[in-house]
Write a protein that binds this ligand. Structure first.
Ligand code: ADP
Ligand code: ZN
Length: 633
């Protein structure tokens, strides 16, 4: 599906080096940039962290230099425009935003810059772009040949199928109707076919060239752990592997967000809550702290994350099951944009499956829609239960063929790192199902997982006595299987659709396919849980490594190098504060690490470091050399 890159436009590449300080385009960037510079429309599908911004920024700059005027970037996120524009201005690109946070004088100044054609990039939200006032301004620019390009970021917001639908995006087709000769580039990290078709249709991009990149994120380690005590597991994960790192912890409900953030804070971790129910001011403060400070864990609902381009998010943890694989990939994709190792960690348990299934069944949606939702949930559950390579499964879901992780990857998935032991749970599943049938025969009643497990394990509880279940032939037939394992068996039966839960007590109800399991026609292979089960053993892959700390510095540095790195970071903090921008907008950690390692002694040498463009060299070069000299003694 990937189109071969066309001839790299040498001018665009030298612009990339001059302005952004990068040596070369990545993947399809070169082809996209060429196409858009030459007036082509494009739809760009690239994973988060793939480098979408440059796909419109470089053409915008090239076209501006060629006298084509202003590029308009449609972005749904007012709260992030300030930093996006700040990053461009740092690189010496004249950019601005128009949104409700500006005073009328500030807005008037931006409009003057825009109308004069001096501005290279203007960021605005869709609701502004489609106002009569703004369109009149665009008309004027267009008449004078100064309307260069439209970039529509987060283009999946136009689709009702997607997860971030915005009504205002639907009106954006006016841009095509009014300015048919102005090229448009739409960008998204949402890969599924349905959304893609919807974007093309609704934005009237049928003639656009489609650029699909590989969605592989080799620096992300995917890991799913079985929920035991989720909080304790999360804490261990954070303490053992991500002390002092920035990351996101996703929870399903607002309440859980608040509780988890409070609890992590009490445990001494810098954790802040974020959800749509919080006051806008609080949300902004928390987001700013996450972006500007080192090592903040944001505990959030899915309301947080879109457009967050912080490069050094080292982990994304899910305490609850996401809605589907698209959401999971989008959310986890926010880790490791800088290409350094990062973790996608998820704790998953029986209650997650039950809740997600119930949410679908109880929703008022049409049956066809529910069927679609069920299919998506099934795919996600299969990923969570998988004992083979998670990356292969993820990419296969997006229609990509990929070999399993190999040692060449910076970060292999949990299953490849250490092949999970499995046990044959077919017999256990049959026992569980026949016990459920016995309940029904016995008193016509249904029960939840807790009681079922008690009966299978032969526990003498009040409830057992009350219903005389100690007399059932299935009482105690599963004493050799631990409670955790039983939960895994039931979870898998629900995940596979042989069981479903009903009513407020989540009573277990067999589905028609449960008969196949009872007849022994379905084999259930389960991952071994942490507490080693007594039955059936699967082999551990010989020589497979063990999980451990994975936090190498951006580059190997000797002691003096570390000192220089620390001094550079302190200097960067000062600059960032002065400019009211996040530190990574000034320089990425990776750039500082390379400076610390190579210790350049001239502006020329410094300028050769990745991420140091002409403007930054001019603005900061001398200061950096001074910092390096000072620390190098
Ligand atoms: P996306 O919007 O696709 O999630 P970004 O545009 O934020 O990704 O880019 C991700 C990171 O990769 C950014 O830090 C960006 O500076 C960097 N990057 C993008 N393209 C290149 C390139 N050609 N060379 C070096 N770094 C790049
Ligand atoms: Zn793998």
């Amino acid at each position: 599906m990937n189109l071969p890159p066309t001839s790299t436009n040498a001018a665009a590449e030298s612009l990339l080096t001059e302005v952004f300080g990068y040596a070369a385009f990545r993947g399809q960037q070169a082809a996209i940039v060429d196409h858009v510079i030459a007036d082509g429309d494009a739809l760009v599908l690239m994973p988060t962290g793939g480098g979408k911004s440059l796909c419109y920024q470089v053409p915008a700059i090239a076209r501006h230099r060629a006298g084509r005027g202003v590029s308009v970037v449609v972005s749904p996120l007012i709260a992030l425009m300030h930093d996006q524009v700040g990053a461009l201005e740092e690189a010496g690109v004249h950019a601005a935003f128009l949104n409700s946070t500006l005073t009328s004088e500030e807005a008037a100044r931006v409009e003057r810059e825009m109308m004069s054609g001096r501005l290279v990039l203007l960021y605005a939200a869709p609701e502004r772009v489609t106002t009569p006032r703004f369109l009149a301004q665009l008309d004027s620019l267009h008449e004078r040949g100064l309307l260069s390009l439209f970039a529509i970021d987060e283009a999946h917001c136009v689709s009702q199928w997607g997860h971030d639908f915005r009504e205002d995006y639907l009106s954006l087709n006016v841009l095509h109707e009014r300015y048919a000769d102005v090229p448009r580039i739409a960008l998204t990290a949402t890969a599924d076919e349905l959304t893609r078709a919807d974007i093309l249709l609704r934005l009237q991009l049928q003639d656009a060239r489609i650029f699909i990149s590989s969605f592989d994120r080799p620096n992300i380690r995917y890991r799913v752990v079985e929920k035991d005590n989720a909080r304790a597991q999360l804490l261990r994960f954070l303490r053992d592997e991500h002390e002092g790192d920035a990351g996101i912890v996703y929870c399903q409900s607002r309440r859980k967000v608040e509780e988890t953030a409070a609890w992590l804070s009490a445990e001494g971790i810098t954790a802040l809550p974020y959800h749509a129910g919080l006051d806008a001011g609080v949300r902004k403060t928390h987001q700013d702290r996450f972006l500007r400070e080192d090592g903040v864990a944001m505990v959030a609902t899915i309301a947080f994350g879109m457009g967050i381009d912080k490069p050094d998010v080292r982990f994304v943890a899910h305490l609850d099951l996401p809605k589907n694989i698209e959401s999971y990939y989008q959310e986890t994709g926010r880790a490791g944009r800088d290409g350094l190792p990062a973790d996608a960690w998820m704790a998953y348990g029986l209650a997650d499956v039950v809740n997600q299934r119930r949410m679908i069944e109880e929703s008022p949606a049409a049956e066809a829609f529910k069927r679609g939702q069920r299919g998506k949930l099934d795919a996600l559950l299969a990923l969570a239960e998988a004992h083979d390579c998670r990356r292969v499964r993820l990419l296969a879901y997006f229609g990509e063929d990929s070999p399993p992780c190999n040692p060449g990857y910076q970060n292999v998935c949990d299953n490849c790192l250490r092949a999970p032991a499995t046990w044959d749970a077919t017999e256990a599943a049959r026992k569980a199902l026949s016990c459920i049938y016995r309940f029904h025969q016995h008193g016509g009643q249904r029960f939840g997982a807790g009681h079922l497990i008690d009966v299978l394990r032969g526990k003498a509880t009040d409830k057992v006595a009350q219903h005389h279940h100690e007399g059932l032939s299935t009482y105690g037939i599963g004493a050799d299987v631990s409670e955790t394992q039983w939960r895994a068996v039931l979870r898998q039966l629900i995940a596979l659709g042989h069981l479903r839960t009903e009513g407020e007590y989540n009573t277990l109800e067999p589905t028609p396919s449960a008969r196949d399991v009872l007849r022994g026609e379905v084999t259930l292979l389960l991952r071994e849980t942490v507490a080693t089960p007594k039955r059936g053993k699967g082999a551990r892959a010989p020589g497979a490594g063990r999980g451990g700390k994975i936090k190498p510095p951006p580059l190997p540095l000797d002691e003096a190098g570390v000192e220089r790195f620390t001094a550079l970071k302190a200097w960067r903090t000062g600059v960032a504060r002065e400019h009211n921008l996040p530190p990574y907008v000034v320089f990425h950690d990776a750039a500082l690490a390379e400076m610390a390692q190579r210790c350049p002694s001239s502006l020329d040498e410094l300028g050769a470091i990745s991420g140091v463009g002409a403007k930054k060299l001019e603005a900061y070069g001398r200061d950096i050399l001074r910092v390096l000299e000072g620390e190098a003694g």
